[in-house]
Ligand binder design. Structure first.
Ligand code: HEC
Length: 289
């Protein structure tokens, strides 16, 4: 009788194991389709500085999630999106997700960033189907944009934190070509204000904002977007040398440069701008921490 129960439990556990033990996803050395997802960084089996490619079919064999997404700004109407959570992709690559930050790079130099904290709060997923359709049949976005090769969305996004006038912002890139897996502690150390800033200091508040906002288009070392030609060192010099122009640019780039491509931040108030200015200024030469 007893052993019967043990066998029965083992059968139940056995049935649960395929879901919990992640299958490893094959990595190809060469791209074989424009739809292949580029994978790089700290990934078992990828040499430092190298990259590998993962196919759509292999991603579609991982556990899929499906949501009716109602508040993704890339879609004007509610839409059914299916795909694979970024955490499932990490597990399938053999990565310890708790220590990694994911950078999703788009074809236009935009880069979105997913910390472990962000992933736990918002459950971002790589979209494989829009309205049940594969990429060849995807519609264009509200402004005529191509969503593919890849985009990232969330089941439902609500801000998990506020820093001054900055609200936790959905990281929803489209045109994504690759995912980079980076050591989160090392990335955050590079971006933290140099010196010993206390957690409540304006520079630390600016850091949290810059990490979610500015880093998508501006670069520091090998992290961040390249949409803007100005990286952290240039922004530090502007914040130090001309804080008024810096603040004006952040709130309303068009008021300074009519041709500006940078999006405006009309909700950022004086304290928020002061925090961003203090943060970038802390990277300028001669600044005391
Ligand atoms: C979506 C992309 C994007 C984001 C996000 C972004 N920027 Fe920019 N930024 C640009 C681009 C592109 C330029 C180059 C000039 C232009 O086209 O506006 C630029 C230029 C600048 C400049 C230089 C202005 C000059 O010419 O002197 C400053 C300062 C700046 N950004 C600050 C920031 C700060 C601070 C943040 C975060 C709060 C931020 N940017 C977020 C795209 C972005």
């Amino acid at each position: 009788m007893r052993s019967g129960i043990v066998i029965f439990c083992a059968a139940l556990l056995g049935a649960a194991i395929p879901g919990t033990a992640p299958q490893r996803i094959p990595l190809a050395a060469q791209r074989s389709s424009p739809q292949d997802l580029e994978v790089s960084g700290d990934v078992p089996g990828i040499p430092p500085g190298g990259k590998r490619f993962v196919g759509y079919t292999d991603l579609s064999r991982l556990a899929q999630v499906t949501f009716t997404v109602k508040n993704d700004e890339n879609f004007s109407d509610p839409v059914t999106l299916s795909g694979v959570s970024l955490d499932v992709i990490m597990a399938a690559l053999g990565i310890d997700g708790a220590t990694q930050l994911i950078a999703a790079s788009a074809d236009d130099g935009y880069e979105a960033h997913y910390t472990a904290e962000y992933r736990a709060a918002h459950h971002p997923f790589l979209v494989l189907r829009i309205g049940g359709q594969e990429p060849a049949k995807w519609p264009k976005g509200p402004n005529g944009e191509n969503y593919g090769p890849w985009l990232i969305s969330h089941p439902s996004f609500s801000p998990a934190f506020h820093v001054l006038a900055h609200k936790d912002e959905a990281q929803i890139p489209y045109g994504v070509i690759g995912l980079r897996f980076l050591n989160e502690a090392a990335v955050l150390k590079e971006l933290r204000p140099p010196g010993a800033a206390s957690a409540a200091s304006p520079a630390m508040q600016g850091y949290r904002i810059a990490l979610q906002n500015c880093l998508r288009c501006h670069r520091e070392g090998d992290i961040g977007g390249t949409k803007s030609p100005f990286g952290w060192p240039q922004m530090a010099l502007i914040a130090q040398g001309n804080p008024a122009a810096f603040g004006k640019y952040v709130v309303r780039p068009n008021s300074v440069n009519p041709e500006a491509n940078m999006p405006a931040n009309p909700d950022y108030d004086a304290a928020t701008i002061a925090a961003l200015t203090a943060y970038f200024r802390s990277f300028a030469p001669g600044e005391k921490p």
